[in-house]
Design a protein. Sequence first.
Length: 239
Amino acid sequence: MSDEAVNSEAGFLLRFSPAQRVEHFVTMVDFVGLVLTGLPQKFYTARWAQWLIGNLGGIDGVRWIHRFFGILLIVAVLWHAVGAMRAILSRKVGFSMAVNKRDFTDAVTTLRYYLGLEDHPAAFDRYDYKQKWEYWSLMIGNVIMILSGLTLMYPAVVARFGPGEIIPAAKVAHSNEGLMAFLVITIWHIFNAHLHPDVFPFDASIFTGSISRERMAHEHPLELARLEGREPGDHGHGH
Ligand code: HEM
């Protein structure tokens, strides 16, 4: 953590490092590229799909662009996994995305709070249960997309090691998981990043790296307490 990170006098704290911001940006561009070249292949009879395919250089072009972005996704996922593992093993940061019992009780507390059965909202650490859910869904989804995508890319190689049925199964998995990923990102993620009352009209922290102390106090009070050397409560992070 830099001094800037704990200098909450300034009213802003550093939430994401430049490397994390670059990673998010690359993932975002890559995902848009994959969706724009994947979905028209799934819905090839639709007019919008034919228009997109025509403008992206025809079906051969679209397939090559999709594969290029697919390889980029593999590199990005490996990069992230190695970086995260190194950071955790060096004990520079805790495993803040680890799911624990508290996430489940936090979810129940939040629901009860929304229903008026609880006076105070749940107090979160660096990542709340919704952020963890989204992170792990993305990670598991990426593994499914990569394994099924590679199967579609090298069907003959895969069929040498297992039954041929794997190939049509991979196609169904890839096609539907791709559509679901698109819907999750457009509905859930855009809601959380833009339309949620806490951040409306736009949560810029993943692009600028900084977050206001006010938002930290509201959304991540346990992390804020730790950064400021106060009692972090019973939910220390980094175990
Ligand atoms: C989130 C990421 C991804 C999304 C949303 C996505 C989406 C799609 C969709 C919707 C299709 C059309 C399936 C159909 O015809 O029903 C497709 C096809 C395909 N995808 Fe992906 N995909 C993703 C990642 C990948 C990755 C990582 C790879 C490979 C490393 C890959 C390789 C392929 C291949 C080989 C095809 C078959 C078309 C062709 O031969 O080029 N995709 N993808």
